[in-house]
Design a protein. Structure first.
Length: 337
């Protein structure tokens, strides 16, 4: 017991020394620290919409940031209470920001009704509610698009509508063409569209890989789109993942390209934390523990990202991998050269 206690204490102090937080400090709603967004979410949970409105005003035409805010606040309204959102709409009729959050919340609420289970394990009642809400979301998405015609965020909500309602490939391509004309290198748009083209939805392993490779090849450095082939590989191999696959030269090259792209990104890019989580996981699986630790340092305490969000116990999964990374990085550091 004494040795175990000492080991835990050493790991605790080691974690603090490298910028890692005690394991009890976790946020399951965000991928990384964002003081303004966290403040707006806390205010919304207490029924106040004004901080959320200020977020969008400050974001202006930063489409990446607007889509993140709409996604996270929409999630809050769909999963907890939307009283604050209704008060916002009532106080400011015709507000494009409120309309955007309404659209995202409606689609996210539909997915909440469906639940996380696979189709064969999802009840008919859940599917009926899911499809009912997705069908009803068309008006909300159209209204948000009309109020802010240059913003791709409402159309990103439609990607998730397309996923659930099973848009034919030609309709998805038309939707993607419209989004690309507004924001050709938008991270959330690309990562959402990639889901449509996966084999588990309406594409195939080849479709997912080709979409990711094409998107990454045409993106400017620092756009974070170099991580798309990493995501596609993960989606394509989710049922057969072993360390041997992660450590192949091909996957090493994919991760190295994504690392280089992340290093060139604006440190304030709102989606950078999500990329860091996935890179940390892949680096861990590849045995590159010190490099993985550096990614974890930037996002420690937050768990709303791949691969954790695919787990029914995402906080525990995150904690397990993060703790193993810290321990093995320490051992790697002490190993004689």
């Amino acid at each position: 017991m004494g040795l175990l206690f000492l080991s835990c204490l050493l790991l605790f102090w080691y974690s603090l020394g490298y910028g890692l937080l005690p394991l009890r400090w976790q946020n399951s709603y965000l991928a990384g620290p964002d003081v303004s967004l966290q403040r707006a979410c806390r205010a919304a949970a207490r029924g106040r919409w004004e901080p959320a409105a200020s977020l969008f005003e400050d974001a202006g035409q930063d489409w990446e940031r607007r889509s993140l805010y709409a996604q996270r606040l929409g999630y809050l309204a769909a999963r907890r209470s939307d009283r604050w959102l209704k008060a916002w709409v009532e106080a400011r009729p015709g507000d494009p920001d409120a309309a955007l959050v309404v659209a995202r919340a409606r689609v996210l609420y539909a997915w909440k009704l469906r639940g996380p289970a696979r189709a064969h394990s999802t009840s008919r009642r859940r599917f009926e509610g899911f499809h009912r809400e997705l069908l009803a979301s068309q008006d909300d998405i159209g209204r948000a698009s009309a109020l802010c015609p240059g913003d791709p965020a409402p159309l990103i909500a439609e990607i998730w509508r397309a996923l659930g309602l099973g848009y034919p490939n030609r309709e998805m391509r038309a939707l993607w063409s419209e989004i690309s004309s507004l924001a050709p290198h938008h991270f959330e748009a690309h990562s959402s569209a990639l889901q449509y083209w996966t084999a588990k939805w309406h594409g195939s392993k080849r479709h997912a890989r080709e979409f990711a490779e094409k998107s990454a090849a045409g993106a400017p450095p620092g756009s974070l789109l170099a991580v798309l082939p990493v995501i596609a590989w993960y989606e394509n191999n989710a049922d057969e993942l072993e360390d041997l696959g992660f450590r192949s030269p091909q996957v090493h090259a994919l991760v190295d390209a994504a690392l280089a792209d992340a290093a060139l990104a604006n440190p304030d890019h709102p989606r950078l934390p999500e990329v860091r989580h996935l890179l940390a996981y892949f680096l861990y699986r590849q045995g590159r523990y010190r490099a993985a630790r550096e990614q974890f340092r930037q996002v420690d305490g937050f768990t709303e990202a791949l691969p954790w969000r695919y787990s029914s116990t995402k906080s525990l999964y995150y904690r397990a991998i993060r703790t193993k990374t810290a321990r093995r990085a320490l051992m790697e550091r002490r190993r004689p050269r």
